[in-house]
Design a binder for this molecule. Structure first.
Ligand code: SF4
Ligand code: SF4
Length: 345
């Protein structure tokens, strides 16, 4: 299908058409915190202020807290009541390419390695409409992680700023269906395509922070037991967990049961490998020291995930840099991993 275009002033009309089929989520400042939230049917001011959300879009697929099932206990034992199958259709408007890439990375854990029904029912019922970055943050380093700030790879439709309009690229069948049912769109011209190409090149070149990941798996393997390096790396971290909770590719969770007079609910909630109690077990805590937890966070993304799935579990979204209260910087850490020859067995 040929690319389309829409006037920026007509975005509300387009979203309202999609709103008849989906719950439309768009960038919003809920209590001052930028996140994807249900769109109210009229406010498109996010087109002016939005750079990226603080809370990543993973929250729409792996919520900060969710009910897994309810259970009752009687004389015969436990009875489980599963929640209704999730047929809820979500359209996420304005997802950035780095965060769309993060969803593909999460799929590797929640679909390839293990079929998580809660995550998958939301994921399969969702449509991602991307919006290319034209004003990236200083902390962004997506281009070093193989993501362009305007790329369409992991979305269904992709919008690129071409002045008073957005060019709309149709990427998947889901995207095709959305466009086929939408009215008020025009065919993109050669001139529009040329403008979009220019926007893409300019946006790409705006990402000035760089990270060289050449040989990073080997370097991390060889430095795994370098306690001095990891202690120094972890020194200023205060174990607040923000960098992991708000990372779009982190997925640590905890499971809790609440039981009141024989009736219970099992919940799943976000957790962080940065918290001292995360790996607490009856006999011992294998990551009691902070440096071991920081090492886990770094190695999980840049060593273990590449070894398991052949991809680095970081998209260069920069959240962990701009939101860390003590300015811990993952790009500086990775640049400072010592070059050693040995490889951990
Ligand atoms: S956000 Fe910063 S201080 Fe908090 S856990 Fe991460 S590195 Fe440590
Ligand atoms: S590690 Fe940091 S830069 Fe990489 S995806 Fe997570 S929050 Fe973004």
């Amino acid at each position: 299908m040929a690319n389309k275009k829409v006037n920026k002033k007509d975005i509300a009309k387009l979203l309202n058409q999609w709103r008849q089929q989906f719950t439309v989520l768009a960038p919003s400042k809920e209590n001052g915190v930028a996140q994807m939230a249900e769109w109210d049917g009229k406010d498109t001011s996010f087109l002016d202020w939005y750079r990226n959300t603080v809370i990543p879009p993973k929250a729409s697929f792996l919520p900060p807290m969710e009910e897994m099932f309810r259970f009752q206990k009687d004389k015969e034992g436990y009875h489980i009541e599963l929640p209704p199958t999730n047929e809820h259709k979500q359209l996420i408007f304005g997802i950035r390419p780095c965060d769309a890439r993060a969803m593909t990375i999460l799929d590797m854990t929640f679909e390839e390695a293990y079929q998580d029904p809660y995550y998958l029912s939301r994921r399969k019922n969702a449509v991602l409409v991307g919006l290319g970055c034209t004003n990236p943050c200083e902390s962004c380093f997506c281009t070093s992680m193989g993501v362009s700030p305007t790329e369409s790879t992991n979305v269904d439709l992709m919008l690129t700023d071409i002045g008073d309009q957005f060019l709309i690229e149709v990427v998947t069948d889901k995207g095709k269906e959305l466009i086929a049912k939408a009215s008020g769109l025009k065919e993109a011209t050669k001139d529009d395509e040329a403008k979009a190409k220019e926007t893409k090149e300019t946006s790409y070149n705006k990402i000035t922070r760089k990270l060289d990941t050449e040989g990073i798996v080997d370097k991390l393997q060889a430095s795994f037991d370098d306690e001095g390096f990891w202690e120094q790396t972890a020194a200023k971290c205060i174990s607040c967990g923000i960098c992991t909770l708000l990372c779009p590719t982190c997925y640590c969770f905890d499971i809790n049961d609440e039981l009141v007079r024989g009736e219970g609910t099992r919940f799943r909630s976000w957790d962080s490998c940065g918290f001292p109690v995360y790996t607490k077990m009856p006999m011992e805590n294998p990551r009691l020291e902070k440096w071991r937890r920081v090492r886990q966070k770094v190695c999980h993304k840049f060593e273990f995930y590449p070894m398991t799935f052949n991809v680095i579990a970081c998209t260069g979204c920069g959240r962990c840099i701009r939101l860390c209260p003590v300015n811990w910087d993952i790009t500086q850490v990775l640049e400072s991993v010592p070059v050693k020859t040995g490889v951990r067995k």
